[in-house]
Design a protein. Structure first.
Length: 84
């Protein structure tokens, strides 16, 4: 897995109205890296409940993220990778 291992907040910053945060998150994601399945689950919860995104919007966003970043299953090794 190349690049950084991102937490949920980085993905959610991509959707932020704060253009500085959104632009920074985009630059990080464009460099590549990875996320865990848990990050997808957490992002889905926030997008649906707090951001009130539709299921279609949520699925489209997550599909894009999955194309850009490596996806790791939730394992002890993935947890350790996320801890740095």
């Amino acid at each position: 897995m190349s690049g950084d291992f991102f937490d949920t907040n980085v993905l959610l910053y991509l959707l932020s109205e704060d253009t500085e945060k959104a632009d920074r998150a985009e630059a990080l994601v464009r460099r590549g890296g990875g996320i865990s399945v848990q990050v997808l689950n957490e992002a889905t919860s926030v997008m649906r409940r707090k951001l009130r995104m539709s299921w279609r919007e949520t699925r489209e966003f997550l599909a894009l993220i999955r194309c850009l970043l490596d996806l790791a299953p939730v394992t002890v090794e993935t947890r350790d990778l996320g801890l740095g």
